[in-house]
Design a protein around this ligand. Structure first.
Ligand code: BTN
Length: 244
């Protein structure tokens, strides 16, 4: 996949911008990056605060996949981005299932995968990546769902945003190929970065809450949770909290 990056200043959301490009036929590998987003989106329709100094971008992908395989792309992106952060800085970023990038229990970034599909065929995926880089998260409102951090706070210095974007794109490129050819490798790298396996967790889904120990993720990326009665639950989606 050849990437071409479109650099923008302030836009509502790189997701929406990339989606309109994709609708107009933009090729796979088109990257939309913004300095700030006025209406950045997180998972589950949440807002995503995007001040200057962060890395906010979306990539158009056109995988030849079934819609059910797209969860795997989210896991893949979490691996690519956590590994990029770990290679460019000396922080130790990990992954909270499915796609939160954490450092020391605080949220550093996240992935948002939005898909447009027909019946059994994916038309395109907009893979959105947000990483808190060069700003202090104290400027963010205090009603965030979980404590946030940034690379500047973790490293005590400014991190080269373009260098980090480049590392992210190199990794995404490499891992997109691995995603298609050997998804088991993505799963095993995901497990190596996981901060969830072995922890007590609560997973909330609309109308259902599952609590227990996160034991594993399966070959498709679903989380296996063993509850206090020893019953296994395979969780495909939801909001996860680690209970310490
Ligand atoms: C999450 O953890 O909830 C996912 C956050 C994803 C944020 C990124 S920033 C770039 C792209 N544009 C958006 O509006 N959202 C994603």
């Amino acid at each position: 996949m050849k990437t071409t990056t479109i650099n923008l200043d302030e836009i509502p959301s790189t997701q929406d911008y990339a989606k309109s490009l994709a609708e107009n036929g933009a090729p796979e590998g088109t990257v939309v990056k913004a300095t700030t987003q006025a209406r950045g989106r997180g998972r589950l329709g949440r807002r995503w605060l995007s001040p200057p100094g962060g890395l906010w971008f979306s990539v158009i992908l056109r995988p030849v996949s079934r819609p059910s395989e797209i969860t795997g792309l989210t896991l893949m992106a979490a691996v690519s981005i956590a590994e990029a952060v770990n290679s460019v800085t000396d922080v130790k970023a990990g992954i909270k299932w499915p796609n939160d990038i954490l450092v020391g229990g605080k949220k550093l970034g996240g992935i948002l995968t939005e898909m447009t599909a027909e019946m059994n065929r994916v038309r395109y995926v907009i893979l959105g990546v947000g990483v808190n880089v060069n700003f202090n998260t104290a400027i963010l409102p205090h009603d965030l769902l979980m404590p946030a951090t940034s690379l500047e706070e973790e490293t005590g210095r400014e991190v080269d945003l373009d260098g980090l974007l480049e590392a992210c794109l190199v990794n995404l490129n490499r891992d997109y190929e691995i995603f298609r050819e050997n998804f088991a490798e993505i799963i095993s790298r995901w497990k190596a970065l996981s901060v969830v396996i072995g922890q007590n967790v609560v997973v909330s889904q609309p109308g259902l809450v599952i609590s227990g120990i996160a034991v594993d993720i399966d070959k498709d990326g679903a989380l296996l949770v063993k509850d206090s009665e020893g019953i296994d639950h395979l969780v495909h989606a939801g909001d996860l909290s680690i209970i310490r």
